[in-house]
Design a protein around this ligand. Sequence first.
Ligand code: IPE
Ligand code: IPE
Ligand code: MG
Length: 246
Amino acid sequence: MAPDLLARIKRQGAVPRHIAIIMDGNGRWARERHLPRPLGHRAGMKAVREVVEGAIAAGVEVLTLFAFSEENWQRPPTEISALMELLEEYIAAEVEELRQQGVRVHVLGDRARLGPGARAAVERVEWETRDGARLVLNLCISYSSRAEIARAARLLAEDVLKGTKRLEEIDEEAVQERLYTAPWRDPDLLIRTSGERRLSNFLLWQLAYTELYITPLLWPDVTRRELFEAILDYQRRDRRFGKVTV
Ligand code: IPE
Ligand code: IPE
Ligand code: MG
C-alpha cells in the first residue's frame, strides 16, 4: 500500500492535479520471461489498476494514460488483436469497480479506427462511469498528438469557413479548446516507464511546461509505490514557466 510514501506526499505539499503516463515496456517485460508479447500487455493491466488506485489515494484529479498510439496500428495484426481484446476485457472486468471508485473514464483518440467490439466497450465505459467525480481517467487509444493538432486546425478552419469564428480569434486558447483534452488543464507531471527518453507523439501541445519523470521500471512492474515516488520527486521541482523566481 505504501502508506509511508503517501504520508510524505501529504506532508510535502501540493499534489500534481493532472498526471499523464506513457505506459511502456510490456514487450520487454514479456521477452525477459521468454513469454509472447501479449502476455506482457496482459500483465500491464495490473499496473493500470495500481496507478488508478494510487492516484485516487493521493488526490490526483486527472490521470491520462497512453494505451495505444496511432503508430501502434503498424504492429503485427496478432499483437493488435490481442491488445484490442485486452481493452475489451479490461473494460468488462473493471467498469463496475471504476464506477464504485468514482472514476469517470474518457477515451481520447481516433475511435473510428477501432473495431465494433472495442468501440462498443469504449462507449459503454464512458456511459457507465459518467457520474464519477473523484478521478478523471483518460485512456488515449488510437491517439497521436500530431493528428490531434491537425484535427484541431481542421475544426477551426471549418469554423472560419462557416463564419462562426473570425480569423483573429484563432489563438492558443482556440486551439486548446479543439484538442481532445480541452476540458482539463495541462498535465503537471508526465511519467514514462521503461527508460525511453522520448514523447512518441504524446500530448505535444499539452506538455509544454510539464515536469518529466522517467523510470527504468517496465510498465507491468509498476505499482502505486512508483507513482508515489514520482509525485514526491515532482514536489521537489521548481516550476518557473519561463519566469524568474525570487
Ligand atoms: C507498451 O509496451 C504498450 C503499447 C505500446 C501498446 P510495448 O508494447 O511498447 O513494449 P516494449 O516497448 O516493446 O517493451
Ligand atoms: C508509446 O510507446 C505508445 C504507448 C505507450 C501506447 P511505443 O513503444 O509505441 O513508442 P516507441 O516506439 O518506443 O517510441
Ligand atoms: Mg514500447
